[in-house]
Design a protein around this ligand. Sequence first.
Ligand code: NAP
Length: 244
Amino acid sequence: MLKGKVAVVTGGSRGIGRAVCLKLAENGADIALIYAGNEEKAQETAREAAAFGVRAQAYRCNVADFAETTAVFKQILTDFGGIHILVNNAGITRDKLLLAMSEEDFDAVVDVNLKGAFNTIKQVYRPFSRQRSGKIINITSVSGLMGNPGQANYAASKAGLVGLTKTVAKELASRGVCCNAVAPGFIETDMTRDFTDNEDLKNSIPLKRFGKPEEIAQLVLFLASDASNYITGEVIRCDGGMAM
Ligand code: NAP
């Protein structure tokens, strides 16, 4: 399905990003995965992706840093010869009620989750325009759609991603580039490990369970493939009905 395509996946070392790397690799895409510092997990994901017979390489990069992101994308373009799919998945939380939230807590989360996506989209904007194709998929969150107490920084960053997604979709539509967002609910990863035993939370979800990273990856695969060529500027929830 994605043979001959190169996908860059940020936050590809663990959780949802790892599942996305494996799903895209399983479907034939070469994978450049970006991680923040977890070298061991990043190399493990790269090895698992390569086992599908594709090329896979891990790159350490803080996506919040524009200069670092520019340098790493330059390297990826040299190594892979092109980019066709960009998945902005890298994300962090620093949950606290707004009263206790510091300026640093706010900036750190917005810098990675929102500015990080700006920084990477800047790198593919020209190449995607020139090649008159490309898929950009931003991982937002139901928090960004509904708000969530204790997540002012995170919800703001994820709501910002929705605006960024729709704007990029409008700017690049004439070039045949699609930009969409996926809004997960509670997915079982390191990010949510403190909540996965919370039965009340589980019962508040219409489908009565947390989601699995693979369920997000399946949706990302659809948005990365030609099967979704007439979809752009969309935000698709994958949340067991949480935000309906
Ligand atoms: P996770 O397990 O905590 O993994 C986070 C990933 O992001 C790791 O690969 C990490 O790299 C990378 N990362 C963090 N900061 C980075 C930076 N500055 N530069 C580059 N990479 C960075 O998270 P997850 O649960 O899979 O979440 C993935 C995305 O889905 C996030 O955007 C999150 O907000 C969103 N999401 C998650 C849920 C959920 O329930 N899990 C729900 C809604 C939305 P290292 O391994 O090197 O640290």
